[in-house]
Design a protein around this ligand. Structure first.
Ligand code: NAD
Length: 418
């Protein structure tokens, strides 16, 4: 077992964080208990590239308990929780991750995990799977399948599959209802506001809060910002999404207009160059700009550096001031990377419980697939969503109603009229 982490001496602190998360992830823990003896992942070697947080540690422990050998790297240079990485390394996981790594080190870490010669891959943003395809294609033939955690990664893997470039089957974990409609909405909503508050400590009430993208993540951010008393403005490129935002009571504007009004901006689109030079040029003094969408390309920081002549200083942790020629100041949080992971702790454990239960079950399904799947992007079974949601409700002490046989019959009754 090999590892590279920031400080192995942080392991004890990491173990406490993981213990906190385990107490809030009952569904994943139930799967660990259920499959700890039968070990359906025995013989599997899993390379994972996903934010190293306390919740991810619970997943890694569960994969290992089910018999897998695991090698891990973080999927974002600023999201690794160093104490969690140290704890995983101390308990025998091969892990290459530390907070604040360079882009070069980021790819070095992924390459190190691939020395395991994986039979399964797990991605958040598809960097690992791209690395297999582009740099180590000889590994693909030994890989039974992979999973993808997030929206942008799934988009790209579907594009690869359409072009016939995908070499092995992938489960789109992101698209499971118990992932996309919960993690992206409530997880991103709460943790992004948490990141903004930790980095700035500003009063959100009364501020103009601009959300770019009213998809799952944007909806969550808008909802939580409004809950704190902000005037939410939404920007969109899709008419139906914009219309939903209007009917939710938000103001919808093009970014060119919103840029002039916003006090706080958050991008949640998966698209590059959502905020560019002309937007920075029209922003108010003191505007706060951050991203919770894809990697660090939604806000064009090169444009901002050009405008500020690189007159930049770190004013608070995760909060850089950029001084423009006319004296206006623009504050960028977490260097334009995911604010919820870089400036806060990522999604709360309770919501990652279902996301990672889906990851676990997807990897188990791949391990048991015995070559039956093609090199395509697959959805997880809808019935699994109902099972996981029912289990989650049970752990919350909540029950739901069940249709009577007469009601089931009524659902399909086309001959009887109303
Ligand atoms: N921060 C996190 O922890 C976290 C969690 C989950 C997903 N993500 C990432 O967040 C991004 C969004 O994910 P999602 O699930 O909300 O996707 P989604 O497809 O549900 O929503 C994205 C929305 O952005 C809109 N959009 C695209 N380009 C735009 C532009 N230039 N201006 C305004 N709107 C635009 C789209 O029309 C769409 O409505 C993805 O990159 C995803 O990988 C981040």
């Amino acid at each position: 077992m090999q590892s590279k982490v920031a400080n192995p001496g942080l392991a004890a602190a990491g173990r406490l964080k993981i213990e906190w998360a385990e107490a809030r992830m009952p569904v994943l823990m139930a799967l660990r208990a259920r499959y700890g003896e039968s070990k359906p992942l025995r013989g599997m070697r899993i390379a994972g590239c996903l934010h190293v947080t306390k919740e991810t540690a619970v997943l890694v422990r569960t994969l290992r308990a089910a018999g897998a050998e695991v090698s891990w790297s973080g999927c974002n240079p600023l999201s690794t929780q160093d104490e969690v990485a140290a704890a995983l390394a101390a308990e025998g996981t091969s892990i290459y991750a530390w907070h604040g790594m360079s882009t070069e080190e980021f790819y070095w870490c992924i390459d190190k995990t691939l020395e395991l010669k994986p039979t399964l891959t797990l991605d958040d943003g598809a960097d690992l799977i791209f690395r297999v395809h582009n740099k180590f294609p000889e590994l693909a033939q030994g890989i039974v399948g992979g999973t993808e955690e997030t929206t942008t990664g799934v988009h790209r893997l579907r594009a690869m599959a359409t072009d016939g470039a995908l070499r092995y089957p992938v489960y789109a974990v992101n698209d499971a209802e118990t992932k996309w409609d919960f993690d992206n909405v409530y997880g991103t909503g709460q943790s992004s506001l948490d990141g903004i508050l930790r980095a700035t400590s500003v009063l959100v009430a009364g501020k103009n809060f601009v959300v770019a993208g009213f998809g799952h993540c944007g909806r969550g951010c808008a909802m939580r910002a409004r809950g704190l008393g902000a005037n939410v403005i939404v920007t969109e490129i899709k008419a139906t999404a914009a219309l939903k935002a209007v009917l939710e009571g938000y103001r919808v504007l093009p970014m060119d207009e919103a840029a002039k009004l916003g006090d706080i901006f958050i991008t949640a689109t998966g698209m590059k160059d959502v905020i560019v030079e002309r937007h920075f040029a029209s922003m108010r003094d003191g505007a706060i700009v951050c991203n919770t969408g894809h990697y660090d390309c939604e806000i064009n920081l090169k444009d901002l550096a050009r405008l500020s002549g690189e007159r930049t200083r770190e004013l608070r942790p995760n909060c850089d001031e950029h001084l423009l020629a006319d004296g206006r100041r623009i504050y960028v949080l977490a260097k334009g990377r995911l604010v919820n992971l870089a400036a806060a702790e990522g999604h709360p454990s309770e919501v990652m419980d279902m996301s990672f239960a889906n990851q676990f079950l997807a990897l188990k399904a791949l391990a048991e697939s015995k070559g039956a799947l093609q090199a395509k992007v697959y959805e997880l079974p809808a019935a699994q969503d109902q099972e996981l949601a029912a289990l989650k409700l049970k752990t919350m002490g909540l029950g739901i109603d069940v249709l009577t046989p007469e009601q089931v019959k009524y659902l399909d009754a086309y001959a009887e009229g109303t």
